[in-house]
Write a protein that binds this ligand. Structure first.
Ligand code: 16G
Ligand code: MG
Length: 549
């Protein structure tokens, strides 16, 4: 059997590739302005069908979203059968196929690809897809559907939903009826799985003050509302920034990225969040979560991905110890260079900690090397993964005391609260709430586990970010030239100074991170390193970073 060339040709003509645009399947799939993604979505439809055929008809996921980015942006990424990110060797195939200029060249690139990758076209193709609330979403989904149609793939439209729910659906569809079954393959199945485990964990805990959830005016608003109906007796919530139909509102001065980058409360919550009340922000597709609270003087405190890691990892370690399984279940943590130095210090004194390059796939894979792997990026994306033997043990172990039994039951329920496929803001939020309730912590007690070093993230616009090459989990530059030496020399002048430079995987910029013991020193270090980067890369003088003191 060969490719249905006629159908592909006819439909491809409806989705011509714009000239002069070079697409790239980056860290989070293809991501750029929604209005230039039509041809990409059509081609991704075809690629998803081929990926499914290659994997013997397993269901592949496609998510249409641009996450925390501005509303006019959009994007698309593929999800592999266990709900994980697309295998990296296929990322470059995706890039090649998206950039072939004409229908004829696209078809011949497809034919080469099918041959070299040894795809059996006669196999079935199944794809489940969803989108976030962006206005450009419906047209992009229609283009994707044309791609599926061209391949006669079986498509399941999961509608408007969060990225982590789409990942959950992929995993549940593919494991249905098997020993590794992960739940019911519907949104309702997701809410039921998470909430019933959560509700069991909250039995007997004192009632909690309401949690304010900033939904970033995105799809998280729909999911948080749906989830809250299952939590009436366990967790009171107040949903804010739920204006999914207001043009321009998505991620605008709200959401997890706004809070993390600006290190401040979304202005819309100023009159909402009371002193000592907990709040959290989701991002535009609800796969990132940042917590915060105001102290009694209404001063803002942020609890980011590093704080979540510490809270969650410590709690799981305690449970494992109480159950008496410390020898058999090793808990480890995975972070990136963006993790606050204080968090790394605190965690390394207690647990194995690994540092990997930015991007969920790196963290996820590294976390899978532990029996129980906790990973979070500082930006709030993360989850906990349990190896299959660890899960089997947790569900088959025979405890010898009532205390052990209680801890084991908690561990079992914790496993079901967690979305192991990918970082999931709502699942992570439930997990955090469980730990806070069990430890009787408010924001301040949680925050006091360690004190963040002041830190600063700066973007530098350069003519070509590709000249920046890093090693050692992005902590050191090997190119351009002597830049790393200059950074090293500068850093020694700052108490507890640390700084690194890496090219962004999602934007045409270079990012500079700096931390030191005081805010002033941190800002100064970031500014100086940004200046070095700028000078080394030879950018336009007018765009040289300005001092932000
Ligand atoms: C994407 C990544 C996120 C990473 C960010 C870095 C996924 C699903 N998401 O959003 O993990 O932190 O890119 O962006 O992998 P940057 O390369 O522009 O700094
Ligand atoms: Mg996101």
């Amino acid at each position: 059997m060969s490719l249905p060339v006629n159908d592909i040709r006819r439909l491809s003509e409806l989705h011509p590739k714009p000239q002069h645009i070079n697409y790239q399947y980056g860290t989070a799939g293809f991501r750029t302005l929604g209005k230039v993604l039509d041809s990409v979505l059509f081609r991704v439809g075809i690629l998803a069908a081929l990926r499914s055929k290659k994997l013997d008809g397993k269901t592949i996921g496609v998510m249409v979203t641009a996450s925390h980015n501005p509303e006019p942006d959009n994007g698309v990424k593929l999800v592999d059968p266990r709900g994980e990110m697309l295998e990296s060797s296929w990322e470059s195939h995706a890039t090649v196929l998206a950039n072939t200029p004409s229908t004829d060249e696209f078809i011949s690139a497809l034919q080469d690809f099918v041959k070299t990758t040894k795809i059996d076209i006669s196999k079935p193709a199944r794809v489940v897809y969803a989108r976030d609330t962006r206005p450009s979403g419906p047209a992009l989904v229609a283009a994707l559907e044309d791609g599926l149609k061209a391949m006669s793939a079986e498509g399941r439209n999961a509608g408007v939903t969060t990225t982590p729910i789409l990942h959950y659906l992929v995993r549940t569809i593919n494991t249905k009826g098997s020993k590794e079954s992960y739940g019911t393959d519907t949104e309702e199945g997701y809410y039921t799985k998470l909430s019933s485990a959560f509700n069991k964990l909250m039995v007997g805990r004192p009632p909690r003050p309401p949690l304010v959830i900033d939904c970033a005016n995105g799809v998280g608003a729909l999911a948080a509302r749906a989830l809250s109906r299952y939590l009436v007796n366990s967790l009171p919530v107040e949903l804010e920034n739920t204006a999914i139909d207001t043009p321009g509102a998505l991620n605008n001065s709200c959401g997890a990225d706004f809070v993390k980058v600006n290190q401040k409360l979304p202005p819309s919550l100023t009159d909402v969040l009371g002193p000592c009340q907990r709040g959290c922000s989701l991002d535009g597709d609800a796969d990132r979560l940042i917590y915060f609270y105001l102290d009694e003087h209404r001063e803002f405190h942020m609890l980011d991905g590093d704080k979540i890691t510490t809270l969650v990892a410590s709690f799981i370690v305690e449970l494992v110890k109480t159950v008496g399984l410390s020898e058999k279940l090793k808990v480890g943590v995975v972070q990136t260079a963006y993790a606050n130095g204080s968090s790394t210090k605190y965690l390394s004194e207690r647990l194995p900690v690994k540092c990997v390059p930015t991007g969920v796939k790196h963290l996820h894979h590294a976390a899978e090397q532990y029996d129980i792997g906790v990973y979070f990026e500082a930006n709030g994306h993360g989850t906990v993964v349990f190896s299959q033997p660890a899960q089997d043990l947790i569900f088959s172990h025979q405890p010898s005391t009532p205390t052990q039994l209680t801890a084991l039951t908690h561990l079992q329920n914790i496993l079901n609260v967690i979305n192991q496929t990918v970082g999931d803001a709502l699942s992570d939020m439930l997990l955090v709430e469980v730990v806070l309730a069990h430890k009787s912590y408010g924001g301040a007690e949680w925050d006091s586990l360690y004190t963040d070093l002041p830190n600063r993230l700066v973007k530098v616009v350069v003519p070509d970010r590709n000249i920046f090459k890093t090693v050692d989990a992005e902590r050191r530059l090997v190119s351009p030239g002597a830049l790393q030496n200059k950074i090293d020399e500068l850093v020694t002048k700052y108490s507890e100074g640390r700084s690194f430079v890496r090219p962004s995987g999602t934007e045409d910029v270079v990012r500079v991170y700096a931390e030191a013991t005081t805010r002033r020193q941190t800002d100064d270090l970031a500014f100086r390193v940004a200046g070095l980067v700028y000078d080394e890369a030879g950018g336009d003088r007018s765009q040289r970073p300005k001092e932000f003191l």
